[in-house]
Ligand binder design. Structure first.
Ligand code: F6R
Length: 607
């Protein structure tokens, strides 16, 4: 996620651009830049690293002017270097563009533009937009931007400045967020409301497929194909803290609700006509085809993601996969033989147990793949390959959107590996890719049913024990659901393998105990229904988590939390959402500090 800020008015743009970028830093950053137009030319300043580096650069070489754009970047295409920082200019330096999102067809566009004689200065996908606009410019910036974006596929919020039309900013949105702030004789634009709050509380939210032409005195909206659009002005009443939380009461709830968008970002540019194309991974030729084993090392929620990943990798790519708690593997005399891949999963990329286990496996000859969220983190510097989950910054201690996007990344990896190894046929791959494409919408449907989870949380908020049962993939999801509840609500909870109940744990079930039964895996459904009967016979209150069309399971449970029907393999990505919401609302009922639960820290950098 990148951050965008723009200003047009009579004041100096630079201080406001920097201030807005600082407020957008929570979206992630590896470099930043500004462009200001004055006296018929555009001045650019860029710097890799934190915003303070850009501040030093503009201290030495200031830029003056009252129309400008600013950008903080979180790299997707091209390393986080000065020259890859935004804004990006065309060949003449008279058009500059900032962009949040991904242009999926940038390579084809770049080849075409290079053949037409355009000279590129960066490795980014964004720069193609500047050159496309240059190629389309015939004295009308608005028309040139329209024609340029009609050629780009992907997701974007872009803003464009042109030295020949210095009194306007042209902005377009498709998927990535964009907001215009209104003043008197001045206007702002940004990726998010917090950046605008010191300046105005009157905003217009640009919707998908819309263009805004912003001058000092007006904002004109239209669809990208030129039809006029009317949109009421919104008045923001949030204070600055609430605004950072997007109006939600806690970061955790905001992050739970961000999951459809986070999933979209994870998959953006990586799914192609029944195929998966993973950037950042360059396995040597023949490596995947001859892999003997994958070791997954991770902690906590990331370890739970690894347990689900094992299913994907063993089932789709037929590679023996062993998830291990990093803190355990380190002290176990594990046998490492043959051609092995160590998969280190870590949201922060800084968890010391995961890093140490990963180093150990690397020393013993394994190639290392990191699955992580944080660009430039230690795990990314030490791994051979990196698969970014692109969840955006996760601030609540309890991990939610990182887990969901780790699962999506793992499915894509398993599909890619299965195709290479010939263990996955084209039709099944196509089905899974189509299922992945539909997931953000399905996840939103699950979120829309939050009121049902709130009712359930109120009913069971005072329970002293809560159990989660499941088989196969459902058991792995049960472990994550149970951890969420424990860490923020402090309710004692355990995930039990449903098949193990009769071997001991059934003794824990007594009258009135809430038991979540996860029933999404067709091949063990009958067995799960028997387990539900075992629990009910001991007085347990069963909350089934099942597909919405599964009436049989619904009939046997006391309550049902339904999810839309998807391929069973993808069900964990939806099934965890009601459990995250349940944990959140129980913790809220109990009055806990949800974003910072007692005794826990976001990043565990000590052993
Ligand atoms: C649970 C949680 C922790 C982390 C664990 C690993 O909600 O957040 O269990 O998952 O500390 O952290 P990362 O993924 O940063 O290595």
């Amino acid at each position: 996620m990148c951050g965008i800020m723009g200003y047009i008015g009579d004041r100096q743009a630079l201080p406001m651009l920097l201030d807005g970028l600082r407020r957008l830093e929570y979206r992630g950053y590896d470099s930043a830049g500004v462009a200001v137009v004055r006296n018929g030319r555009i001045d650019l300043r860029k710097a890799s690293g934190k915003l303070s580096r850009l501040e030093q650069v503009v201290k030495v070489a200031p830029v003056a002017g009252s129309v400008g754009l600013g950008h903080t970047r979180w790299a997707t295409h091209g390393d986080p270097t000065d020259r890859n920082a935004h804004p990006h200019a065309d060949c003449t330096g008279r058009v500059v563009v900032i962009h949040n999102g991904i242009i999926e067809n940038y390579l084809a566009l770049k080849e075409e533009l290079l053949a037409a004689g355009h000279r590129f200065q960066s490795d980014t996908d964004t720069e193609v937009l500047a050159h496309l606009i240059e190629a389309e410019y015939r004295g009308d910036l608005e028309g040139a931007v329209r024609r340029a974006v009609s050629r780009a596929h992907g997701a974007y919020a872009i803003a464009v400045l042109c030295a020949d039309e210095p009194d306007k900013i042209v902005a377009v949105r498709y998927i990535s967020p964009l907001i215009v702030g209104l003043g008197s004789g001045e206007m702002w634009m940004a990726s998010d409301i917090p950046a605008l709050l010191p300046y105005t509380r009157h905003v217009i939210v640009i919707e998908d497929g819309e263009m805004a032409v912003i001058t000092r005195d007006s904002v004109r909206l239209s669809s990208v194909d030129g039809r006029p659009v009317e949109r009421p002005i919104m008045h923001v009443t949030w204070d600055a803290e609430a605004a950072e939380k997007g109006g939600y009461a806690h970061f955790m709830l905001k992050e739970i609700h961000e999951q459809p968008r986070a999933l979209q970002e994870t998959m953006m540019g990586r799914l192609d006509e029944g195929r998966v194309v993973l950037d950042g991974i360059r396995f040597p030729p023949g490596f995947v085809e001859t892999l003997d084993k994958i070791w997954v090392v991770a902690c906590g929620t990331a370890y739970h993601a690894g347990l689900v990943g094992r299913w994907f990798l063993e089932h789709l790519a037929r590679i023996p996969t062993e998830p291990d708690l990093a803190s355990e593997l380190r002290y176990r005399d594990a046998l490492l033989a043959g051609n092995a891949l160590a998969m280190a999963i870590s949201q922060s990329g800084e968890t010391v147990d995961t890093l140490t286990a990963m180093r150990d496996l690397k020393k013993r000859g394994a190639r290392v793949l990191a699955i992580t969220n944080v660009l430039g983190s230690t795990v990314t510097r030490e791994a051979d390959d990196v698969l970014y989950i692109r969840a955006g910054p996760e601030i609540a201690v309890a991990s939610t959107k990182a887990y969901l996007t780790m699962l999506a990344a793992e499915v894509m990896l398993a599909v890619d590996m299965g195709m290479r190894r010939g263990t996955l046929d084209q039709a099944r791959a196509r089905g899974l890719v189509a299922g992945l494409h539909a997931l953000p919408g399905r996840a939103q449907e699950v979120l829309n049913r939050e009121p049902e989870v709130v009712d359930l949380a109120r009913r069971y908020a005072s329970a002293s024990d809560v159990f989660f049962i499941g088989r196969g993939l459902d058991y792995s999801v049960a472990m994550e659901g149970s951890l969420k509840l424990k860490e923020i609500s402090y309710v004692h909870s355990e995930a039990l393998a449903a098949g193990e109940l009769k071997h001991g744990t059934l003794a824990l079930i007594e009258s009135g105990v809430p038991v979540f039964a996860l029933v999404t895996q067709r091949h063990v459904k009958e067995k799960m229904l028997s387990n539900i009967q075992e629990v009910k016979a001991r007085g347990g209150l069963v909350i089934a988590l099942a597909y919405e069309d599964d009436e049989e399971t619904a009939r046997q449970a006391h309550h049902v939390l339904p999810i839309p029907r998807v391929d069973d393999l993808l069900a964990p990505i939806l099934a965890i959402i009601p459990l995250q919401l349940f944990a959140y609302h129980v913790a809220r009922e109990r009055g806990h500090d949800i974003d910072q639960p007692r005794n826990l820290a976001k990043s565990v950098t000590v052993e």
